[in-house]
Design a protein around this ligand. Structure first.
Ligand code: ATP
Ligand code: MG
Length: 390
């Protein structure tokens, strides 16, 4: 029945000139996400975005389109030539489908886009509602206050349109409307969620992963690649920078206190991430840190990590509980991959008793035993880069 999708987007803060940028980006991103399926007509009309379904199964297309950031909902609709009686018939067909699905109450919501039409929107709703009731009798009741379903009927300049369901999107802002971020992506649950959340606000994403090959396996790198690939479904192509931390970790192990291993490694990761971010024109770093989650994420730990870089560090999970983070991971499809039991470079070298209240001056003093600049440069010189697409 459906032949078109109506794409609804949040309009707050997108007035005036920004609105065009926002809408055009959104159209481009919808086209992009549908590219693997086919070439779709995506266009703007009457201050809305439409996707012609061209005979494709609507469910499959909705499932893709709703992943585009900036979209708050997608409505499968029927559009036909401008004919008021046809509009009533289409509304009836849709209502009958809703009755079959078990709904018990409805109302008609109308819109008159053609101001020359003889009925006002309200009159249209009354007229169409009356017609529907006369046809379906008592199979469903009218409830104008709190209906279980709404049948939206529109009479436009050149056509009529009927729709009912809205499949929710994720909201946010279109990708590419808010600069670029470099996300520190481990194989865990948190960092993919943090990356996704920042991308949802319109930031393009690059990822950086630290491993200790051959102490960590190739499998663990594949896991991170898989996570980046899931993210790329939402974020478009993701560039993954893979950094071997082994020499750095060996140097820390030889020259610093065992309990400071994690926090000092983390500071190296941040510094390397910042240098790579700058070279890639990224405006911020992203981590999956959350207050108090592990020893290195106490407020003192976070302070020491934060002090290693000057670039803004976004930590979208900072005040979230693990259960809330897991909910999002499940929703966006990263959870199953994140829980695969692959080792991480931090766990391989993790001290038995990490410091929980590191002091910055002490950590900095410990780092004096290391040739920080050289260790960083060597790691950067050996970075491997991969572009990941869905
Ligand atoms: P996650 O579930 O994201 O692995 P976590 O709870 O295990 O997080 P930590 O291991 O303390 O927490 O890491 C905190 C953050 O530091 C991660 O969310 C990630 O952003 C970054 N990070 C940690 N290990 C790595 C790594 N091997 N490569 C890239 N980033 C890392
Ligand atoms: Mg981790």
């Amino acid at each position: 029945m459906y032949n078109i999708l109506i794409v609804k987007y949040g309009e707050i803060g997108v007035k005036g000139k920004n609105r065009y940028i926002f809408e055009n980006k959104l159209i481009k991103n919808v086209k992009n996400i549908l590219k693997p399926i086919g070439k779709f007509n995506v266009y703007k009309e009457y201050g809305r975005i439409y996707v012609d379904l061209d005979g494709y199964d609507y469910e499959e297309i909705v499932e893709e389109v709703r992943k585009v950031f900036g979209i708050v909902g997608v409505c499968p609709a029927v559009r036909a030539e401008k004919d008021y009686n046809l509009l009533k018939e289409l509304a009836l067909k849709m209502l009958e489908e809703k009755i079959d699905q078990g709904y018990k109450s409805f109302k008609v919501d109308s819109r008159r886009g053609d101001k020359d039409f003889k009925l006002t929107s309200q009159e249209m709703s009354l007229d169409i509602g009356g017609y529907l009731v006369s046809q379906v009798k008592d199979k469903i009741a009218v409830d104008v206050r709190n209906p279980e379903v709404k049948i939206h009927c529109e009479l436009r300049q050149n056509h009529v349109m009927v729709y009912s369901d809205t499949i929710p999107g994720y909201g946010g802002l279109p990708l590419g409307t808010n600069g670029r971020a470099m996300s520190l992506l481990s194989g865990g649950i948190d960092s993919p969620v943090a990356s996704w959340m920042v991308a949802k606000r319109g930031m393009e994403l690059e990822c950086i992963h630290f491993h200790s090959y051959p102490f960590t396996s190739e499998k663990s790198q594949e896991k991170v690649r898989d996570l980046a690939q899931i993210l790329s479904k939402y974020c478009g192509r993701v560039r993954l920078h893979k950094v071997n931390m082994l020499e750095i970790q060996k140097a820390i192990g030889l020259n610093c206190k065992d309990e400071e291993m994690t926090i000092i490694s983390r500071r190296f990761m941040m510094r390397i991430a910042q240098q790579v971010a700058e070279s890639r024109h990224c405006d911020a770093l992203v981590t999956g840190e959350s207050i108090g989650q592990v020893a290195s994420q106490t407020i003192q730990g976070l302070t020491c990590t934060n002090a290693s870089v000057s670039m803004p560090v976004f930590r979208p999970l900072i005040a979230m509980d693990k259960t809330e983070i897991i909910d999002i991971a499940q929703k966006i499809g990263t959870f199953e991959t994140s829980i695969l039991p692959e080792e991480d470079c931090c766990t391989v070298f993790s001290p038995k008793k990490p410091v929980t209240k590191p002091k910055l001056d002490r950590i900095e003093r410990s780092e004096n035993a290391l040739d920080v600049e050289k260790l960083i440069q060597d790691a950067i010189d050996n970075i491997e880069v991969e572009d990941i697409e869905f």
